[in-house]
Design a protein around this ligand. Structure first.
Ligand code: ZN
Ligand code: ZN
Length: 145
């Protein structure tokens, strides 16, 4: 393996033990190129690349890629699931209550799980997920003007 060569999406699928299909490659590229996309937006991106694919097939492929750790699923309370390509760094999210836009927030302090539970109930905790809720800049401008 050459360090100067970044693995392709197909290599990564193979490395994760997944069957490589054009749709899965397109899906991984769409999720990575997007910004916390929902399923419908991802389906549009995949169709742009490989032609028709059913929403159900997109959903199943997303599930397989998320289970393999290639993409991350986030599900803000009361909202539709979103998917992103930034995985493995236990970052958090800020969500706009008004328009639902999502932005990344780096690890709150230090390394994962970022937050030390006051009582771990004997669990070995390795991840914490925080959703900060508020209004994005454009929604807060709209409210005050
Ligand atoms: Zn907003
Ligand atoms: Zn994110």
């Amino acid at each position: 393996m050459s360090a100067s060569q970044t693995p392709t999406a197909a290599d990564e699928l193979r490395g994760a033990g997944l069957r490589v299909t054009a749709a899965r490659v397109a899906l991984l590229e769409t999720v990575r190129g997007g910004d916390h996309l929902g399923i419908e937006a991802i389906a549009v991106g995949v169709r742009d690349r490989v032609g028709h694919i059913s929403l159900q097939a997109v959903y199943e492929a997303l599930h397989a890629l998320a289970a393999a750790g290639l993409i991350r699923r986030i599900e803000p309370a009361g909202g539709a699931p979103r998917f992103e390509g930034r995985v493995g760094d236990n970052h958090h999210h800020v969500v706009c209550r008004s328009c639902g836009v999502v932005a990344d927030v780096d690890c709150a302090v230090g390394e994962a799980p970022c937050l030390t539970a006051s009582d771990d109930h004997g669990f070995s905790i390795n991840e914490a997920e925080v959703v900060y809720w508020g209004l994005c800049p454009s929604c807060s401008t709209a409210r005050t003007s």
